[in-house]
Design a protein around this ligand. Structure first.
Ligand SMILES: *Cc1c(COP(=O)(O)O)cnc(C)c1O
Length: 373
């Protein structure tokens, strides 16, 4: 019995050809020509003027937080249901993360709670689109405008997705992407900051490259990082970007197939297929076990693993992270929706290389496991 991995990327374009070109020309470092080309093409694709390629999506958030100048005393509102990277960047910058719960249907941040959290110290909202449907950006942008707040958009799960007719990654002051192998396009490891603001772009470029300056090499005015992307990564990224529309189609077909086959299974919450502003692109196909027969998703995940099917749990909420609790960051506040889905949620194999046969076997096995309790 073959194992069905939770994710497997798909390389059917010019990945090999462009990688080979790196080797043959000797351009393997971040100085190679594909990096600039990837930045330009990717930024154009998401409707931004500037792209700054970095070594991963977490680094992209660090660079963006740095460029926005978020610092001690500033509060940044973000969803509690997201990856650690979002809050980590805020904390490392010395600023204060303020979290909100998520919506029960699309798992995106609750906008009513965002407004309720705004104080005179609030500087920015970090909006994170979760699992395949974007956040409702119009009311969020209106809120930011009326309170004079910056928007950092984490679009790591949203390549090729639109909010109405505008690409995700084009909203607010600055947006970030990841190209980890489970994202809609990958570079192995990789990320990108995109913005329309030339000053923010310049800050990200400098921060990415240790604040080396043109004027005098090895003299540094500020502290940055080595967040550079290599030409090898950019070569894969260029080839992947050429295929993004097909990738989105594949993901939507995967989501539709799962939903069709699972919609009559009792006790399961399935991903919301669409909002009035977007169709789900199923970064992952997440399900929440609502049947009280299960205390959480662990037993089902273990059972599926024994049957050769890889799954992953949902994000663990930011306010429950031991590292932040030790810092005394979120007190005793509870966020019931995020807590519920983080305990009862898991996602099924969702990679681009997933076949219809693998979807069938996953569904068949899941149904068996659910009935065996
Ligand atoms: C994947 C992801 C990241 C982090 O990206 P890495 O490339 O793994 O560092 C950040 N934010 C979100 C929402 C993600 O899904």
């Amino acid at each position: 019995m073959d194992f069905i991995p939770v994710n497997e990327p798909l390389f059917q374009g010019r990945e090999k050809e462009l990688l080979l070109e790196c080797i043959e020309t000797g351009w393997i470092s971040s100085e190679g020509p594909f990096v600039r080309e990837f930045e330009e093409r990717f930024a154009a694709r998401v409707g931004r003027k500037h792209g700054i390629a970095v070594c991963n999506g977490s680094a992209a958030i660090d660079a963006a937080v740095h460029a926005l100048g978020l610092k001690a005393g500033d509060e940044v509102i973000l969803p509690t249901f997201t990856i650690i990277s979002c809050a980590a960047s805020i904390v490392r910058a010395g600023a204060t993360p303020v979290v909100v719960d998520c919506n029960p249907d699309d798992w995106n941040m609750n906008l009513a709670q965002v407004e309720a959290c705004i104080t005179p110290r609030t500087r920015a909202i970090m909006v994170v689109h979760i699992y395949g449907l974007p956040c409702d950006m119009e009311p969020l942008l209106a809120l930011a405008r009326s309170y004079g707040l910056l928007i950092l958009e984490d679009a790591a799960q949203m390549h090729g997705q639109n909010y109405r007719d505008r690409p995700c990654g084009s909203f607010g002051e600055i947006s970030t992407f990841s190209f980890y192998p489970n994202k809609h396009i990958t570079t192995g490891e990789g990320g990108m900051v995109v913005t329309d603001d030339p000053q923010l772009a310049e800050k990200c470029r400098l921060a990415r490259n240790l604040y080396f300056q043109e004027r005098q090499r090895y003299v540094h005015d500020e502290l940055g990082w080595n967040f550079r992307m290599t030409n090898l990564q950019a070569a894969i990224g260029l080839a992947q970007l050429e295929q993004v529309d097909g990738f989105i189609e594949r993901k939507r077909a995967m989501g539709k197939a799962y939903t069709e086959k699972l919609k009559n299974v009792p006790g399961l919450q399935l991903p919301k297929p669409r909002a009035d502003y977007a169709e789900n692109i199923y970064w992952v196909y997440g399900i929440v076990l609502e049947d009280p027969a299960f205390p959480d998703a662990k037993e089902v995940a273990a059972h599926l693993a024994r049957e050769g099917i890889g799954t992953r749990p949902f994000f663990w909420p930011i306010h429950k992270q031991p590292v932040f609790q030790r810092m005394g960051l979120f007190g005793s506040q509870t966020y019931p929706v995020a807590e519920h889905i983080s305990i009862r949620g898991l996602y099924l194999p969702s990679g681009l290389a997933l076949t219809p046969e693998q979807i069938d076997r996953t569904v068949f096995t899941l149904k068996q496991v659910l009935q065996s309790v």
